[in-house]
Write a protein that binds this ligand. Structure first.
Ligand code: ATP
Ligand code: MG
Length: 496
């Protein structure tokens, strides 16, 4: 006899204006398992989980917990059933401290009826310690990096009595060590009987962590399989409905003259005497651990942060870059890692976001050439396969991965000479990753030089021509891709 699942969702449908997000979707979860929810960008994963956690209401379908029919129409109801979600986009209040965020609205109260700061502080410290994080309980959230903020989200989730824990891309911004700690905790929770739903586009995590995989496509259920009994290729086929032949379709371009040169760039506390160059058609991968200064380097070159010392040459010409506008004018594009806050205007449409950085190209005598602009937008939506009912859809209504593609489209439209890409495929599904790599090939074939900052070593090894490894604000090592290995990169990254 089959035991009743902890959770079963059946026949779930949900529409938004112009979008059928879920169509007869289903999902089941056993106590003590890690069930990996897999699907392309826009497949409906986050929507299904938002229904389970009471953020959205379903149009139809049923949810059962331990066989009992339940109605979950708000987050409070979900919490009462022990359902806790770590959202893909973070939900913290930036002005508050870490502990205030974790216990917001349910602060421990002392004997006198006041908020018990000491208890709140020690409980927070304990949670953070459990996660192996050195964030302080009283740190203000806006001062934390995105990785640290993600840690706070996770600590917050762990502070509840949880029966079902939903993690929607929890590791997208975590360091290697933080990820390991998180996995440890996920395993412990599962062993203690918590059912865990885990969403990620990192296939490595699927095999490291899950017992079972549930695949969705176009808002519908495709199937669920035991992780042990499946392979990467099988899963991809279930997910996208076809084979993906190469994960890293690198095409070596004709390497031309030097296009970017950075000379002795320094920025207090963050960057020290950084020198390197990028040639036309070349992809220079920048590896390193989180906090090594990779994003800071990208920002300083682009003009988003001032540098204290150093020079930047584009096409051999010394450029004075003091703002992003200077950077863009010099021919530099920058795809930021923190796309939600720095790359997109969520309240604007897909089309408006895409032309933000390139308006100059579409302006003739002060007028915008609307035809040219909409042509570019249509082309980008098509080649990046952005899932949207149209260019007028607000960006905030797109799925996480599709928002990322909009940022990429925005910078492609500027025809940069040098494109700095900070974690270009984070949160993007396997098929779209390959698509982005193909676009990088196209750009390098056209003579663009690319600086690719990435924490994913397979990607660094798969797409770079040359690799720089940063450690504590300096370049600790450099190698041609032919002589690079994961071990070698890690050794430099650790300061060896
Ligand atoms: N609030 C909303 N308004 C309109 N459309 C929405 C809204 N939320 C989601 N959608 C649409 O529903 C579909 C499913 O989105 P969802 O966020 O569930 O995808 P996902 O599988 O989580 O993708 P990703 O891997 O990119 O995070 C997408 O087409 C998305 O644009
Ligand atoms: Mg999502």
């Amino acid at each position: 006899m089959n035991s009743t699942p902890l959770l079963s969702m059946k026949g779930i449908s949900k529409s938004f204006p112009g979008v059928k997000a879920l169509q007869d979707a289903e999902f089941s979860l056993l106590a003590g398992e890690v069930n990996f929810l897999l699907g392309e960008n826009g497949a409906g994963k986050s929507t299904l989980m938002k229904i389970l956690s009471g953020v959205y209401s379903k149009d139809s379908g049923e949810i059962r917990i331990n066989g009992e029919l339940v109605e979950i129409n708000n987050p409070r109801k979900a919490a009462a059933h022990g359902i806790v979600i770590i959202h893909q986009e973070m939900n913290l209040v930036p002005e508050l401290t870490v502990m205030e965020n974790i216990y917001l609205g349910r602060e421990p109260i002392n004997f006198f009826g006041f908020i018990d700061m000491e208890t709140m502080k020690s409980r927070t410290a304990k949670l953070l310690q459990q996660l192996g994080s050195d964030i302080g309980s009283t740190d203000i959230v806006s001062n934390l990096s995105i990785g640290e903020q993600q840690m706070v989200e996770i600590a917050k989730a762990l502070s509840y009595e949880t029966k079902i824990l939903i993690m929607d891309e929890p590791t997208a911004a975590l360091t290697e060590r933080e990820t390991e700690n998180l996995f440890q905790i996920v395993r412990q929770l599962a062993a203690s009987g918590v059912g865990i739903i885990y969403i990620s586009h990192r296939m490595e995590e699927l095999f490291a962590l899950s017992n079972r995989v549930t695949v969705m496509r176009d808002g519908a259920y495709v199937g669920a399989v035991e992780t042990k009994a499946t392979t990467f290729d099988d899963l991809i086929k279930m997910m996208v409905g076809r084979d993906i032949t190469t994960r890293f379709p690198k095409q070596a371009a004709q390497i031309g003259p030097e296009i970017l040169r950075v000379e002795l760039l320094s920025r207090y506390d963050q960057l020290e005497d950084i020198s390197f160059s990028v040639r036309a058609g070349e992809i220079v991968g920048i590896a390193g651990l989180m906090g090594a200064g990779r994003t800071e380097l990208g920002r300083a070159i682009f003009g988003a942060d001032p540098m204290d010392k150093g020079n930047i040459f584009i096409d051999g010409q010394k450029c004075s870059i003091n703002s992003p506008a200077d950077g863009i004018r010099a021919g530099i594009g920058f795809i930021t890692e923190d796309r939600k806050h720095q790359g997109l205007v969520l309240e604007m449409s897909v089309g408006e976001n895409m032309s933000l950085a390139s308006l100059a190209y579409f302006c003739v005598n002060g007028f915008i050439n609307a035809n040219k602009e909409s042509e570019m937008i249509k082309e980008n939506i098509g080649r990046l396969k952005i899932r949207t009912p149209g260019a007028v859809q607000l960006v905030k209504n797109l799925s996480g991965g599709n928002q990322q593609k909009v940022v990429i489209g925005k910078w492609l439209a500027t025809y940069p000479k040098v494109l700095i890409m900070d974690e270009p495929t984070r949160g993007v599904d396997v098929g779209a990753k390959a698509e982005i790599y193909n676009i990088m090939n196209m750009l390098t074939a056209a003579g663009v030089g690319i600086v690719m900052i990435s924490s994913e070593l397979p990607e660094v090894l798969g797409m770079s021509d040359r690799i720089l490894v940063m450690h504590r604000g300096r370049i600790a090592g450099e190698m041609a891709v032919q002589e690079a290995t994961q071990e070698k990169i890690m050794a430099y990254a650790a300061g060896g």
